[in-house]
Write a protein that binds this ligand. Structure first.
Ligand SMILES: Cc1cc2nc3c(=O)[nH]c(=O)nc-3n(C[C@H](O)[C@H](O)[C@H](O)COP(=O)(O)O)c2cc1C
Ligand SMILES: [Mn+2]
Length: 489
């Protein structure tokens, strides 16, 4: 199946960058990385800079003096789809094919002997102090400082299979972090047979961006995110052994926090401003990580992501890979393009355009997209005809307004798997057993052959006016954009 996401193509990247540092060099050359040399306070000022920058669609941000620390903080690295494509070394439209070619040919990592750059400095025992990291308090009511982009490396105790997933960590004290991994996260599913037993973990900060992409995406359970990242990079990820836990980590990461997850040793955690743009859950006792080592580069950068109301980085980080996963797992004919919307926090609202093959097909497609592990977070799917571009919010609402009869074209599914941090659930239901309702809007035309045609002056008249636009003396720089139906025809 060919899926074309009709977006402007990114400038083609110089092939073959390796690791975060090389990617930052690329962004520097593009003028797409801003260095903030002034001190920026960790308590909300850094978060506020991120919010303004995200709203403006701005560059990646390197804070050189966060809270007067000497360790820089990197944020907004993959907060635009353009930079995400840059990191994948392809155009926006090529992402799903690139992603799924990699998924079909995973490239397992290789283990190096000796230490890696991520172990130039090693702190163990009493030297361990996570409070010494420049960790921001992002939003006003956050329960404390939070590491937000930690790639948690764990192994399944039964199969030995590795998993790498991004989950939030509150910084509690010198040697204690919190961790909140959802019910459906692989970190939790790996431990489902012995949920209270402690287990080793390594939090990798600032690895090759392709590792972060894989670690933010719901790849199938059992798939090694590092093998996926290797395939995306076209070269195996190189690993080194951790110092205090029986795990391996990417050699060229910026910083690694080694430790033990202690599910039964709980500490009050939260609240935290989540990707839904709301605080998620009250402060409550949650699992901890006992930190046994911090290893890092001598000049390590701490790589983090702002979470809150969209637009934000989490939204891009989770949506783009998930769209590719959906394209692969829902292999129905006629799918043209799809978009996990920005306003839907990159996770909750999906728009799919299809060539409608027969009556009822729009609903079938919508149901299929609500029935895979990668779609678990999705609460609303809108299916549109192929003349509507899912990325064009105006066109999508126009289709819903003019092609939908609610009693025929809207379906509601109840008691589906949901996320416990959905603010629209009553507080008593925001638990690990949370369930949600899902809505399918089939906005494809019924009986398209006999559907009223979309109205416009003739193509010839439109083209002629566009050519002669300047002669009308209307003070609009370029001809107004084409109406939705015409744009993606
Ligand atoms: C910045 C960021 C923060 C995230 N925080 C969490 C979190 O605290 N808990 C969680 O369960 N998922 C979180 N996610 C989503 C997971 O990374 C995502 O579900 C991923 O698929 C997890 O890996 P897994 O499928 O191997 O469990 C976060 C994603 C991003 C991009
Ligand atoms: Mn996984």
């Amino acid at each position: 199946m060919t899926v074309v996401l009709e977006r402007p193509a990114a400038a083609s990247a110089a092939p073959g960058y390796r690791g975060l540092r090389a990617f930052l060099d690329l962004l520097d050359r593009d003028g797409d990385l801003a260095r903030i040399s002034e001190p920026v306070a960790l308590d909300q000022e850094l978060g506020a800079v991120c919010v303004h920058n995200l709203r403006a669609g701005g560059p990646a941000l390197l804070f050189e003096r966060p809270g007067n620390h000497h360790m820089p903080v990197l944020t907004n690295l993959l907060s635009t789809r353009r930079r995400y494509a840059r990191a994948m070394e392809c155009s926006l439209g090529e992402i799903p094919q690139r992603w799924n070619a990699a998924a079909a040919n995973p490239l397992p990592p290789v283990l190096l002997e000796g230490d890696g750059p991520c172990q130039e400095v090693v702190q163990t025992g009493d030297d361990v102090d996570v409070l010494g990291l420049p960790t921001p308090k992002w939003n006003a009511l956050d329960g404390g400082p939070y590491l937000t982009l930690s790639c948690h490396v764990t192994r399944d105790p039964r199969t030995g299979e590795r998993n790498v997933g991004v989950y939030r960590n509150q910084v509690h004290d010198r040697r204690t972090l919190g961790v909140l991994a959802g019910t459906f996260s692989h970190l939790m599913l790996q431990r489902r047979h012995e949920p209270d037993a402690p287990f080793p973990v390594a939090l990798v900060m600032g690895p090759d961006p392709r590792i972060v992409m894989a670690a933010c995406t719901p790849l199938p359970l059992g798939v090694d995110e590092l093998a996926m990242a290797g395939a995306l990079r076209g070269e195996p990820i190189e690993l080194v052994r951790c110092k205090t836990v029986p795990l391996e980590v990417p050699a060229d990461a910026e910083l690694v926090i080694e430790g033990e997850v202690r599910p039964a040793e709980k500490r009050d955690e939260g609240p935290f401003g989540e990707y839904t743009g709301h605080y998620a859950g009250r402060r409550a006792p949650r699992a901890t990580i006992h930190v046994t080592a911090i290893t890092r580069r001598r000049d390590a950068i701490l790589s983090l992501a702002y979470q809150g109301a969209p637009p934000h980085e989490t939204e891009v980080l989770t949506a783009v890979g998930k769209e590719a996963e959906l394209v692969r797992t829902v292999s129905l004919p006629g799918i043209k393009s799809l978009y996990l919307t920005s306003a839907g926090c990159g996770a909750l609202h999906l728009v799919v355009s299809v060539e409608k093959l027969y009556e009822g097909y729009g609903k079938m497609v919508g149901m299929a997209f609500l029935s895979t592990p990668a779609s678990r977070t999705i609460k609303q799917v809108i299916v549109v005809d192929e003349d509507v571009d899912p990325f064009d919010a105006l066109a999508v609402e126009w289709a819903v307004a003019t092609r939908v009869q609610a009693h025929r074209n809207v379906e509601i599914f109840t008691e589906m798997p949901g996320t416990s941090i959905d603010p629209s659930l009553p507080e008593s239901e925001q638990t690990r057993t949370a369930r949600t309702s899902k809505m399918l809007i089939d906005a494809t035309r019924y009986d398209a052959k006999n559907y009223p045609a979309v109205c416009l002056p003739s193509a010839e008249a439109m083209a002629r006016v566009e050519r002669n636009w300047a002669s009308y003396g209307i003070p609009v720089g370029t001809p107004p954009p084409a109406p939705p139906a015409e744009r993606s025809a």
